[in-house]
Design a protein around this ligand. Sequence first.
Ligand code: ATP
Length: 263
Amino acid sequence: MTASSGISIRGVSKVYGQGERATTALAPIDLDIEPGEFVAIVGPSGCGKSTLLRLITGLVPRTGGELTVFGKSVNAPVTDIGIVFQQPILLEWRNVLENVLFQIDMRGLDRARYMPKALELLKAVGLEDFADRRPYELSGGMRQRASIARGLVHEPPLLMMDEAFGALDALTREQMRIDLERLWMETRKTVVFITHSIDEAVLLADRVVVMSPRPGRIETIMTIDIPRPRGLGARKDPRFVAATDAITEIFLERGVFSAGGHG
Ligand SMILES: Nc1ncnc2c1ncn2[C@@H]1O[C@H](COP(=O)(O)OP(=O)(O)OP(=O)(O)O)[C@@H](O)[C@H]1O
């Protein structure tokens, strides 16, 4: 892969604080992400997943290493991205469409030009009938759908999702997973999806990056070649079972889980 074509991470590390209070969040890591690829990052709490996301987006400076996003060295916040966090922070005084367009206003872009895209995305995430509703009128899943539309409305080539489905109930989460895959298949954005869920990572990603407990290192990178779209039946696919078992095994070996029950 050439540095200009995707995300290139070379020996990137992060230490927060100094002296006795220093915390090594990320050991030096190497990772290449291709344009249009869906990459999931899975690892235990505190292993540095969010830190890695913040480094890629330039929200915090790295301690060491080389990091390029679409060919440019990251030394300041990267603007050409969409970010979706665990809590969909919507502005209560704006309706759903206006919340999506907030991304456009914030960037000083032309509203009229992006209006069709905003409406198209609201349709794609199943909120076309809720465009004029205020956030308090939406369920948690609907709020998160609105924030995904907001993350994509300015047509960024890269979408970063940090535990984006983490606050949702299990059924909504499953539906969101299916919807996100469909949206990704339609748009082919580069997606970096951070999750605690082994199942979710394997069901969504082209490749799953498995991280060790803190300080975060990459234990392994698994290619998932289950055909798409991966509907509800994908959990029965032997490739799903093999990949989730292999990741579970790594976490058992690293003491993330302790064995119990029937093994
Ligand atoms: N701003 C900060 N200052 C100091 N330490 C920090 C800061 N942010 C994160 N850390 C530390 O870095 C380590 C990694 O944190 P990070 O949030 O990246 O992990 P994570 O894998 O995303 O965790 P979780 O899954 O629980 O969200 C943790 O030990 C955390 O305490």
